[in-house]
Design a protein around this ligand. Sequence first.
Ligand SMILES: *Cc1c(COP(=O)(O)O)cnc(C)c1O
Length: 462
Amino acid sequence: MDYISTRGKVGAIGFIDAVMMGLADDGGLLVPKHIPQVSADTLKQWQQLSYQELALEVFSLYIDGEIPREDLKQLVDDSYGTFRDAEVTPVRSINNHLHILELFHGPTFAFKDVALQFLGNLYSYISRKNNSIIHILGATSGDTGASAIEGVRGKEGIRICILHPHQKVSKVQELQMTTVDDANVLNLSVEGNFDDCQRIIKELFADVEFKHRYHLRAINSINIARILAQTVYYFYAYFQLANQGQAGKVNFSVPTGNFGDIFAGYLAKRMGLPIHKLILATNENNILERFVREGVYQPGEFHSTYSPSMDIQVASNFERYLYYLHGEDAQAISAIMDQYKVDGNIVIPADKLATVQADFVAYGVQGEECLRTISKYYDSNAYLLDPHTACGVAAAEQFTSEDEVTVALSTAHPAKFDEAIRLVNIEQTPPPQIEALFDKPQFQTLVGGSNSEIVEQLVKFY
Ligand SMILES: *Cc1c(COP(=O)(O)O)cnc(C)c1O
């Protein structure tokens, strides 16, 4: 399988090179040259597979023999063997119209483990096979950092540096990252918000000479391997419902920040999975909701919310969708992104907006509604939603018709966001792994938000 850049100046390269490149060297994002198609017959055959077996089949389509099947199977088994649930991503039925896809049974209790356990093992595999130096650099709004660190801590040949916005991640998220004492881990706590952290990373990666000199590798959701890993659970959830005899149209509701997770759903649909609606849920940082409703992509004012992992105004994966929206025309995307730098917004013409609205529906959830949704499902179903999941569930309520069912993706365990849960007077008992964090020493360096300060730290570390 060949990979090319959305801006047309990189490619074709193989899967491993695409994983290693992260952000494409021309500033675009890497996408498969052709989206593999899964026939109805194949879908039928896949319906009974375990999560691991299914992951192996989906990855094989995209890796296309570049990693021998036996090795790939080992990578998959190692990555999902760390999950606490035998099904990896089980589906819980709440009522006739709503099912929760629990994606938080990995080591850090957030859905990012699904992709980052795999990417960590993949990096380690590539490092061993190719003798490559791997220096991971990433920014996090909270969950990615913990998850990425957990994916590679202590692994030989790999170093990881994670930037997080100082005091703008939840306490548990901060502890999960900063209580790791392995020598190959550096936590930088940056004065600023997540968009500042992400901009710094993007700029450092865009400096191709710097990126190559320091062997920088990405773990942000711009990495194509993450998207692929996330397509698997759309298939898996769909099959679980089919196995239960669920015959209605199946929607997915996705709490969205960087557009990574929902793009994986879009990709699964393009591969042939008969997803009905893709419901895009945001919090008050609703750039993507506005895009779907109005056809204007324009970063707005930053809001701190109960769902901090979605407090994002610049969605780093959005360009992948734009590429498909424009019929895979890389030249058009290149021009649009150049113009975006000048104008600060992207305006979609009416015919394209119609396509967007056929691909997605969107709903922005306000803080009060998020909390109300948590209370409601706790009271009526004894099911405790974390605030991100609650946004997805609130959006599912808006768009699920009588003849449809919606799978709401549950992206985090509620214990990670106890600050919000306590506001609705629910007392939860955290899992012991989370409880234990509060007694551990923390390791992090506070830095200002300029690129030069970050570079200084990196040069010392790598
Ligand atoms: C990262 C994250 C999201 C948003 O996912 P994107 O791929 O960035 O859209 C939602 N919820 C939680 C808990 C997250 O950690």
